[in-house]
Design a binder for this molecule. Structure first.
Ligand code: MG
Length: 384
């Protein structure tokens, strides 16, 4: 394997930090060409000094602070708000790790597909919004999309080399989130910090709230539909609290292939970077005997109505997933700022989704317009 040049978008988040750990272990295989962060200047400064990227991107307001901190370091600085596409399309980037959360990933994702790069998306929002367009562009420009989201990576690995016409269904596993064992009547009494303490995975705030509502799993249903070109009916969510099986696929003959492993994002990230090869990760192996049990439950759609809502949206598709995603990003933000209660998140998202007139086969402009409309509607509901 020749030296691969890597761009990490969202380098100061949990995916970015894990990616840099992998690169540190394999200095002869990977080199960091570009880093982008939202506003964590002090960590970005450390990363620049350690990894010496050619390019970095950061929120406009923070750029002068960064310049002062890095002094004579020779690095070209981009505004992460308006110039991220011109960073992604550089010739000296082979792999783009998409570790940024939310809608902000859409533009760099599309640009990377148009440049035919290897793209490793940990972000699901962009695929939920415009997955059909992204995957079409990827095919057209021979870009390779290798998912990093652990469930999608598992499905990707289980489907490798198989004839998809023989696929019966996909089991998308879910840990159940931080509220799995909490009575629904107590949801609104939980503090933001309690919601943010996920039993199995350590992740960013938005995705941890989404795990608590099971919205994360619902978004993953739509993400899987786009990545693997599947109808919603072929995707079944199953609660698996141990999070050892990262997802599985069932074929027409009843054979099921699962991907298992310890809960560490370095495995799917590294696989996306070394694909189709594998390399050791240095992680402790899974101990089956110590693990003892792998358990499963059906999801409770009454307790977690967001999951049901996602299935409804997935079946209708068109512009509706972009509305669902936009409304959800806004309510999660409001919940984290303590502007609304936990249960209001679902109620508001449902209201906005119902209000939307779905456009079939929307183009990118229509998707962005639906996104803008949904955010405006959602913010109105939040301030009520
Ligand atoms: Mg996931």
């Amino acid at each position: 394997m020749s030296l691969k040049k890597v761009a990490i978008l969202g380098s100061t988040g949990s995916i970015g930090i894990s990616t840099l750990k992998i690169i540190e272990r394999f200095p002869k295989k990977f080199i960091v060409t570009a880093l982008s962060a939202h506003n964590n200047v002090s960590l970005l400064e450390k990363q620049i000094k350690k990894f010496n990227p050619k390019y970095v991107a950061l929120q406009k307001e923070k750029i002068s602070d960064l310049r002062k901190r890095i002094g004579t370091c020779r690095v070209k600085i981009f505004d992460s708000g308006s110039e991220i596409a011109s960073l992604v399309n550089r010739k000296d980037i082979d792999i783009v790790i998409l570790g940024i959360q939310g809608r902000a990933a859409l533009e760099p994702f599309l640009e990377a597909t148009r440049c035919g790069k290897v793209i490793a998306p940990a972000n699901k929002e962009a695929l939920v919004m415009a997955g059909d367009i992204i995957m079409k562009e990827a095919r057209k420009h021979k870009a390779t999309v290798i998912p990093v989201d652990s469930e999608q990576s598992a499905i990707f690995q289980c489907l490798e080399g198989r004839d998809k016409s023989e696929l019966k269904k996909v089991y998308l596993t879910a840990s159940g989130g931080s509220l799995k064992n909490i009575n629904q009547a107590r949801f609104d009494k939980m503090t933001v910090n309690q919601i943010l303490s996920h039993p199995r995975w350590s992740m960013g705030k938005k995705i941890t709230v989404d795990s608590a509502t099971l919205m994360n799993k619902g978004l993953e249903v739509i993400e899987a539909m786009r990545l693997f070109d599947l109808p919603a009916e072929k995707i079944e969510v199953i609660i698996h609290p141990e999070s050892i099986i990262h997802s599985m696929v069932e074929f027409t003959d009843g054979a099921i292939i699962a991907q298992l492993g310890v809960t560490d994002m370095r495995i799917p990230i590294q696989y996306a970077m070394t694909y189709p090869k594998r390399m050791e990760t240095g992680l402790a192996p899974l101990d089956f005997v110590k693990q003892k049990f792998l358990t499963f439950q059906r999801p409770d759609f009454k307790k977690f109505p967001s999951l049901k809502l996602c299935y409804d949206v997935a079946r209708k598709s068109g512009s509706l997933p972009s509305v669902l995603n936009a409304a959800n990003e806004e309510v999660v933000d409001a919940f984290l700022k303590k502007e609304i209660k936990f249960s209001q998140m679902y109620k508001i998202v449902q209201k906005v989704v119902r209000r939307h007139k779905t456009i079939k086969n929307p183009n990118l402009r229509m998707i962005l317009e639906s996104d803008r409309w949904a955010r405006e509607q959602t913010r109105k509901e939040i301030s009520k």
